[in-house]
Design a protein around this ligand. Structure first.
Ligand code: GRG
Length: 301
């Protein structure tokens, strides 16, 4: 199908895939420790609630597209959700976005306190790297691919990744931020992790260069569209549906402020159309990734 269909509710397969994701998460959680049970609870809570699990589903769908079983990438799927959930915990802290609610429930720091929230986020980030290293070892992934994946995951998080995107967001997204700054922030806060899900999965599944390039282009455009849509939902969305406060970005400059509502909607449509076109070489086999793109365009939460 093409990305023209309109649907604000998740495609049926996304809900089906969620079971696979929850299973992968449960199997890759760090073991409980007798001495820090509160930290274990905070880690598990950070992963709970109404998360859509879009990033791990992307990893599973890329594998399916490349005709490999879910088991080939399930550790990567868990790792990207660990990184994503850690980033939400950090994002909600009083010193960052200061949000009391996330995924339809109290934010981690609101429930467990700031110290445990920070430690849970660090533990999840490090667990993600550990899970990738161990998963590659267990699945006998070629050493250069394993090293690439670990480096890619670390770079996604680090000084030119999510941390940089977040700081630029906090420091530079006030009135008058440029389009270049907004793009810098979006790519690092959101885009890179989408790319890790897709490219990481493609590497694990032995994709050839044209397939990798197609999935990279899809991921890049989908990631940017996801964030611009997030900015639109911050203006137009409903806090109950979102499971977090709307209007949190009012003091920041977003693409919506810079260009206006309709141009922002048009940009989302254009990015999704480009993402959809990038999958052309896969034909019908990319049907589910096409449906996911439509969902990202039309979602209301
Ligand atoms: C060092 C990993 C790390 C993070 C520190 C806090 C931070 C820097 C980065 C913030 C990253 C962030 C919150 C980006 C926003 C991305 C975004 C659109 C989040 C919402 O994603 P959804 O809608 O959430 O997929 P659910 O709850 O459905 O999983």
């Amino acid at each position: 199908m093409s990305a023209k269909r309109s649907s604000s509710s998740p495609p049926a397969f996304l809900l089906e895939r969620k079971a696979l994701v929850e299973d992968a998460i449960a199997r890759h959680l760090p073991p409980r420790s007798a001495h820090a049970p509160e930290l274990d609870d905070a880690i598990r809570y950070a992963l709970s609630g109404s998360g859509k699990r879009v990033r791990p589903v992307l990893a599973f769908e890329a594998a399916e597209l490349l005709k490999r079983p879910p088991a080939r990438v399930d550790f990567l799927a868990a790792a990207v959700e660990f990184i994503h959930s850690a980033s939400l915990v950090l994002d909600d802290l009083p010193s960052m976005d200061d949000a009391a609610k996330r995924r339809g429930q109290p934010a981690v720091h609101a429930k467990f306190g700031e110290a445990l929230a920070i430690l849970a986020a660090i533990a999840l980030l490090m667990r993600a790297t550990e899970v990738i290293a161990q998963g590659c070892e267990r699945n006998k992934v070629a050493r250069d691919v394993a090293m690439d994946l670990i480096a890619m995951a670390s770079a996604t998080v680090g000084a030119d990744g999510m941390a940089a995107g977040q700081w630029a967001d906090l420091a530079k997204m006030g009135a008058g931020a440029s389009l270049t700054t907004i793009e810098f922030v979006h790519r690092r806060k959101t885009g890179r992790l989408f790319e890790l899900s897709l490219r990481g999965s493609a590497l694990l599944c032995g994709a050839h260069d044209a397939e990798l390039a197609a999935l990279d282009a899809y991921g890049k455009n989908l990631g940017l569209a996801f964030q611009v849509k997030d900015d639109l939902l911050d203006v137009e969305g409903d806090a109950d549906a979102l499971g977090k406060p709307a209007g949190k970005d009012r003091e920041k400059t977003t693409f919506v402020d810079l260009a206006g509502l309709e141009p922002a909607r048009a940009l989302v449509r254009e990015l999704i159309a480009t993402a959809s076109d990038a999958l052309g070489l896969f034909g019908k086999r990319a049907d589910r990734l096409q449906q996911l793109a439509v969902y990202v365009r039309d979602r209301d939460r």
